[in-house]
Every structure is written in structure tokens, then in C-alpha cells.
Design a protein around this ligand. Structure first.
Ligand code: GLC
Length: 563
């Protein structure tokens, strides 16, 4: 079948000066700091907790960690609402704690990437408070997107845009003199006002923020809402299709997503980062409908990586996955960037549940007690293990989300009173949102809060049956999901798969089958067992039936003569 040379001599990547850079092949593990490890016992994870637990990640075999936001924040959107971009939130620790974390990670050979949120600040940011106190038309207002309202008394929002979390994307303020005043744009929560990125002062400020953290030795940034920031001139009304994904992941031509002006910003950032030693890297969180569009964010003079959300959003379907993988390798390869792969993060239903969902569940909607059908847990885990076995054999860089190495499912039965995602509140409880993928992870089956926190406190309740999924239970079990991940990561590294040569293999419509160098990968996405081609089994996502590959199972094979 088709043959995509992603590492060979004609590939554009070899022409680039960064051809050997670590981020081209890295497995990057996302830490959600609130839910990883809590050292001080207040029920919210923190930086000392992360530092203590880093050896577990070294043992797992990851190359880098990305920390979801740790900067000062009122936490209305779990840190994606930053009040001070140059300090650490006291809930997570101090800036010295971060220095210690980075130093320890580097000792263990793990790089550290921070999350940077440039589309919007918190409404508690000094600039926004200044803007509220200042007059319409002032320089302080011009850092954000304040506009007069429509209608007779300006009492209608300036346009019809909707917030990603539900409800209008505009909030009206009360002016300093007590009268109803202008409106400000917030694509997310009302506590997250959008910056005006046409303003040079905003651009300068963020260059300075980048320098601040790069000077402290961080290895790069994950850039939040990297497809936002630039808005279409005149802020025109927009009428999305009824079933649209609110982050724009399946829509073309949204006036606030993927606007061309955003690329100038990244060219400046790339130039700045290139001035630093040590191969620092920038990764875009850009929800765009195709790999072709996403690849625009990683052209040679822009960002290093972009999350491959078309891959994350692909259903468990061999044809769709074949097309998505082919298109990803083609589109990223065409601009000389590594393809990236991701199945879970803190915004989507965990893939051990998502892959068994047989109904429509747009990104960010979540599942909860009132969801009409529950994903089958055993089926979800089987598919998740197979999906990861495929993903970690693909050339390029891959992202893991904390807890997926334990096979954690989405926490479905969270009580309403525990929910914290603004999506839940802004949609009037219509969308469960993302709390179900953010529950603190289990470390030790018999410890308080399963080892998450010494006091047993946990900001979201942990399902009781997660004791069986705790890391200490899985470590010693060769068939556990944790053992599978460790094996996958070790074999991926030893066999150089991240830089491998990729060829599709035709084993029928239900088989997702390809070769990466000497390894042949076969996943069965059908319902009946498939005959396996010859070869020695390197690893398998689940039990095999003799020389047949059961449904929802994946395997890596190598020629008998090797090893
Ligand atoms: C990104 C983050 C998400 C956050 C949103 C607003 O999509 O991943 O968690 O709510 O941006 O900052």
C-alpha cells in the first residue's frame, strides 16, 4: 500500500537544523498538578508532591512532563485563568519549589514544559482591574476586547459569539461612575477576559513572560488555545452548525479560531526561543478540523509541535484511523515537523471510556450519572490498551495524560455538588464538563486517598474501586496496563520507532496494520478474530487466541530471525 517516508533522506525534516532535536521523538507526559500528588495534605496536588513522585515517571520511561498551569490564579478554570504570569500559585507551592522540581526532573533525564495561557487572563489580573477602573477608549481597556453594546442603550452584546463553556461570550461591566457600561469578550468563562493581540503592549508582555520562565530553565511551553488570540476584523457575527464542537475542532472559518494573524505572534516567539540554548520547544493546543490546518502552526519558523486533535477525535474505526494517520504523516511531514499523537488530556473523556462510547459526545461535554448509556468498562479498557499500542508505534512524538498508564476510566458518578468545571455551571448542568477526567490519581491501594494525599483529602472524590487500579498493585503485575505502557515505551525507544520508516500493510478492512522498520503492528478493529501474519510477538495489548488476534486487540510483531 502507500509508503510514507518520514525519516528517510528525502524527508524535509532532515534538511532542518533541528533534525536531531529531542521533541521530534519525545513521549511527553501531561501532569495535571491539582490531581497528581498532594504533599501538604490539603487535597489539592502541588509541586513538592510532583517532585517526590518523579521517579515513577522515570521508571515509566517518559522524556518530558508538561505541567498544566501552575501560575497564580483564582482557579475559576483550574489555573487556565492567570492573575500573575510570573509567579507560582501558593496552592501549588513557590517558585523555589518549581526550581527544585525542574532540577530533580533534569537529574532524572526528564524535561519540563509549562502551560502558558495567552488568549486570556483572569479577571483578577492587574491589567484587567486597571481596565475596569479606566475609561472607555483608554490604553488600559485596549489591552482587552472592550466594545460598546448593540441596541438602544447598548444593552445587547456587541456580537452573537457564544462562550466555549456555554452562554454569551460577552459580559457587560458597570463603569466607575456606576452606570451600565461597555462589554468585554471572553471566549471562555466570564472570569477569563480575552486579550487584544493586535495591541503591541500585549505582544511585548508575553515575550517578556516567555523570557522570564526560559531564563529559569524550563524546556518549553504548551500554548493554551493557540488557535485563538487573533479575531477576525470587526468581530463579525458567527452562526455555527447546531452540532458544532465548541473549540472549533470540526468547523472551518470560525471568526475567533485559526485566524491568519495568529501566525505572526508565533514567528516572534520562535525567534525568541531559538535564541536560547538547550532545544526549548513550543507546542500548540490548536483545535482545528484537519491535520492540514494544524500543520500551519508548525511551519519551520513557527511552533515546534501541535497536538494532533483530529487523531484524538477519530472514532475506533479502521478506515477513519488509516486516513487520519496517513494525512497526519503527510501534512506534518510536508512542513518538516514531527507528527504528534494524543489520545487523552484534561479536556476530554478519558480514552479508556471514550472508545466505548456509542453516542455523540462532543469535546468537553463529558459524561455523568444522567448520561443515558454508560460506556462498557471492559470494552473501553481493551480498546484503550489497543489504541495506545498503536499510537506508541507511530513515528513522531506522543503525549500521555496522567492516569492513562493505569487504564483509568472517566469518573462518571461524581456528585453534582463536587463538580467544579465552569462548563457545568455555565451550561446550567446540561453538560457535565471535564471533572470526570480530572480526579486525583491512585498511587497506593491501601493508603489514604490511594496515596494521592497523606490526609486522605481529595478535591474531587475518587471512585472506591480505583484501589484495584493503584500504581502499586499494577507494578508487580506483568499483565497490568502500567506494565504494558512501560514495555511499549521501552520497546519504542530501543527500536527507534519514533524515527522509523512507516508503510501500511493490507490485512483486510478491519485490520489497522503497518510496518515501522522491522516491527509490524496489527490492530483488530472488527468483531471477529483475525489471523495473525507470521512473526514473533514483541508485545500485545491483550491475550491472543493462538495465532489469531482477538477483536479490540493490537500486537507488535517482528521477523522470527530477529532476536
Ligand atoms: C484550553 C485548556 C482548557 C481551558 C481552556 C481555557 O482548552 O486545555 O482546560 O479550559 O483552554 O483556557
Amino acid at each position: 500500500m502507500s509508503d510514507l517516508d518520514v525519516g528517510g533522506s528525502e524527508a524535509p525534516s532532515t534538511a532542518r537544523t533541528d533534525a536531531e532535536a529531542w521533541w521530534r521523538t519525545a513521549v511527553i507526559y501531561q501532569i495535571y498538578p491539582r490531581s497528581f500528588a498532594d504533599a501538604d495534605g490539603d487535597g489539592v496536588g502541588d509541586l513538592p508532591g510532583i517532585t517526590d513522585r518523579l521517579p515513577a515517571l522515570a521508571e515509566l520511561g517518559v522524556d518530558a512532563v508538561w505541567l498544566s498551569p501552575i501560575m497564580v490564579s483564582p482557579q475559576r478554570d483550574a489555573g487556565y485563568d492567570v492573575a500573575d504570569y510570573r509567579d507560582v500559585d501558593p496552592r501549588f507551592g513557590t517558585i523555589d519549589d518549581l526550581d527544585r522540581l525542574v532540577a530533580r526532573a533534569h537529574e532524572l533525564g526528564i524535561r519540563v514544559i509549562l502551560d502558558l495561557v495567552p488568549n486570556h487572563s483572569s479577571d483578577q489580573h492587574a491589567w484587567f482591574r486597571e481596565a475596569l477602573a479606566a475609561a472607555p477608549g483608554s490604553a488600559a481597556r485596549a489591552r482587552y476586547l472592550f466594545r460598546d453594546g448593540r441596541g438602544r442603550d447598548g444593552d445587547l452584546p456587541p456580537n452573537n459569539w457564544q462562550s466555549v463553556f456555554g452562554g454569551p461570550a460577552w459580559t457587560r461591566i458597570v463603569e466607575a461612575d456606576g452606570r451600565p457600561g461597555q462589554w468585554y469578550l471572553h471566549l471562555f468563562d466570564a472570569s477569563q477576559p480575552d486579550f487584544d493581540w493586535t495591541n503591541p503592549e500585549v505582544r511585548e508582555e508575553f515575550l517578556d513572560i516567555l523570557r522570564f520562565w526560559l531564563d529559569r530553565g524550563v524546556d518549553g511551553f504548551r500554548i493554551d488555545v493557540a488557535h485563538g488570540m487573533a479575531k477576525a476584523d470587526g468581530l463579525p457575527d458567527y452562526h455555527p452548525p447546531a452540532d458544532a464542537d465548541s473549540m472549533g475542532g470540526d468547523e472551518e472559518d470560525v471568526p475567533y479560531w485559526g485566524q491568519p494573524a495568529v501566525h505572526e505572534v508565533y514567528r516572534q516567539w520562535r525567534a525568541l526561543v531559538d535564541g536560547y540554548d538547550g532545544d526549548r520547544a513550543l507546542c500548540a493546543e490548536a483545535w482545528l478540523p484537519t491535520a492540514e490546518r494544524t500543520a500551519l502552526w508548525v511551519r519551520e519558523d513557527e511552533l515546534h509541535q501541535a497536538f494532533n486533535f483530529p487523531y484524538l477525535m477519530a472514532p475506533w474505526d479502521a478506515d477513519v484511523l488509516r486516513e487520519t494517520i496517513t494525512e497526519s504523516l503527510r501534512a506534518f511531514g510536508a512542513v518538516g515537523a514531527p507528527a504528534t499523537w494524543v489520545l487523552s488530556n484534561h479536556d476530554v473523556v478519558r480514552h479508556a471510556s471514550r472508545l466505548a462510547i456509542d453516542f455523540d459526545n462532543p469535546q468537553g461535554h463529558g459524561i455523568g450519572p444522567g448520561t443515558p448509556r454508560r460506556p462498557d468498562r471492559a470494552l473501553g479498557l481493551r480498546r484503550a490498551r489497543a489504541a495506545t499500542t498503536v499510537m506508541l508505534a507511530l513515528p513522531g512524538s506522543a503525549y500521555l495524560y496522567q492516569g492513562e498508564e493505569l487504564g483509568l476510566p472517566e469518573a462518571i458518578d461524581l456528585p453534582d455538588a463536587a463538580r467544579q468545571d465552569p462548563t457545568w455551571f455555565r451550561s446550567g448542568g446540561e453538560r457535565y464538563g471535564r471533572d470526570g477526567c480530572r480526579v486525583p490519581i491512585p498511587w497506593e491501594a491501601d493508603a489514604p486517598a490511594f496515596g494521592f494525599s497523606p490526609t486522605g483529602a481529595s478535591w474531587l472524590p475518587q471512585p472506591a474501586d480505583w484501589s484495584a487500579l493503584a500504581r502499586d498493585r499494577q507494578r508487580a503485575d506483568p499483565d497490568s496496563t502500567l506494565s504494558l505502557y512501560r514495555t511499549l515505551l521501552r520497546q519504542r525507544r530501543e527500536r527507534g520507532l519514533a524515527r522509523g520508516r512507516f508503510d501500511w500493510v493490507d490485512l483486510g478492512p478491519d485490520a489497522l496494520a503497518f510496518r515501522n522498520g522491522a516491527v509490524t503492528v496489527v490492530a483488530n478493529l472488527g468483531t471477529a478474530p483475525l489471523p495473525l501474519p507470521g512473526g514473533r510477538v514483541v508485545l500485545a495489548s491483550g491475550p491472543l487466541e493462538g495465532d489469531r488476534l482477538p477483536a479490540d486487540t493490537a500486537v507488535w510483531l517482528e521477523p522470527e530471525s530477529i532476536g
